[in-house]
Design a protein around this ligand. Sequence first.
Ligand code: NAP
Ligand code: MG
Length: 497
Amino acid sequence: MSTYGQSVAIDPAVHRFMRRTHKLLIGGEWVPAASGATFETHDPATGDVLTTCASGDATDIDRAVQAARQAFPAWAATPPIERERLLHRFADLLELRRLELAQLEVLDNGKPFALAYQMEVDLAVDQMHYCAGMPTRITGETYPVSNTGFAAYTRREPLGVCGAITPWNYSLIMAVQKIGPVLACGNTLVLKPAEQTPLTALRVGELALEAGIPAGVLNIVTGYGPTAGAALAQHRAVDAISFTGSTEVGRQIVQASAGNLKQVSLELGGKSPLIIMDDANLDDATETAVWAIFANSGQNCVAGSRLYIQRSVYQQMIDQLVARAESLRVGPGMQHGVDLGPLISQTQRDRVCNYIEQGLAQHATLLTGGTDRPHGCAGGYFVPPTIFADVPDDATIAREEIFGPVLSVFVFDTEAEVLTRANALPYGLAAGVFTENVGRAQRMSAALHAGTVWVNTYDWFDPAVPFGGMGQSGYGRELGHQAADLYTTLKTVWVKS
Ligand code: NAP
Ligand code: MG
């Protein structure tokens, strides 16, 4: 039994990984950046340097794209059942390295060990198995052509070379969410992971080679967004780009893609509403609302950062919510029992603290939390769970994605009113409703402008269930069989008999 405060024992494989020189994976080989440049990655709980990675730029992206282009014909022609076998083997290796991957993620990203080990790695393994089952299930259709003497059917074909650019908040899941379906559909890939958290993607690259994924099918270029990322988005020999990150960078990706009109899919930011109706189970609603915002210290694209509570249950729920938030334990992710780890970086901590100060300046009431580091959290980028009430709808903290542990709470009177207010922002990633009334649940789910609506729950994912945004939260659907549509194109064939 582990007790709160004890450190998680570090897997020796993690020490070995940290001691390796980290390079770029291009054409099945680990190679330094052509420029020789490197960058350091840090532990957000302490600010200490963990290890050094190669800093790829446009030249390395070009090398990786050439390697992916070269590998494409053979990979696309690999029998579907053989692609399945390789991807299942890959998933098995991820599972075998579960502890190591979880710890690498905790050290690089800062999140609590339990979140990495029991949620992130498991979901990543499940996703890879799910995608491994895709190749033999990608089918076309036949059509009832009115003019006899013809047959018409469709084929789903791979797009070619895909590029993927991922953020730092769930870097392992993000890498697998791109690699799995892209490879399953017969494409090859160049992945640019977030500069803050490159480690799990690099380990996944090693495991891909160990699984027997052929050279050049998966290429990984670590480096910075404005150099490596932008070069990938612009590259004329890249057929599709799959981006997860901020709405602001998403816009730049669309512009960069225009040169060769590559296909783009975008999973962007959000400011998701969670609505508590007066007939809800308030204990469930409170517990869910707390995790909806504070899981991963609020660094969650679907974070339920706007909480709307109906007036007659408002005070009771607020009291419960504050008490629960104050019971959460903030500390280094590598300590057992920690609920919230640090934020990813000093920059992110400054950003979040700036939002908290704006909340105060714009006359919201701070119920708990604030900009002071919690007790015993001196070294890292920690922010305590923070809750604001009486937030004006037009306050900055009510409208902008904070990407930190900061909740804005609002009171409302009627269903129609709360739907209007919930739908008032340009985002549309996720939303939640708590009600015991089935008719109301269905009516409100239909009315909410969001790619995912959770009823009496929140933040639930499954490899079989599609996910994506509306409005300025992006377009395209990942996960589910819809991911196979995202990474294939449709060809129509007419045959005259
Ligand atoms: P970000 O700043 O947009 O970065 C995401 C990725 O894009 C990183 O790899 C980054 O590189 C790269 N990048 C930056 N500038 C670029 C450019 N000009 N061209 C090409 N690539 C560029 O986002 P973040 O701060 O890492 O992540 C937080 C955001 O991601 C939030 O808005 C969150 O809502 C969103 N998110 C969305 C989802 C979803 O599924 N909808 C999931 C997770 C996160 P660096 O390595 O240099 O940072
Ligand atoms: Mg790091």
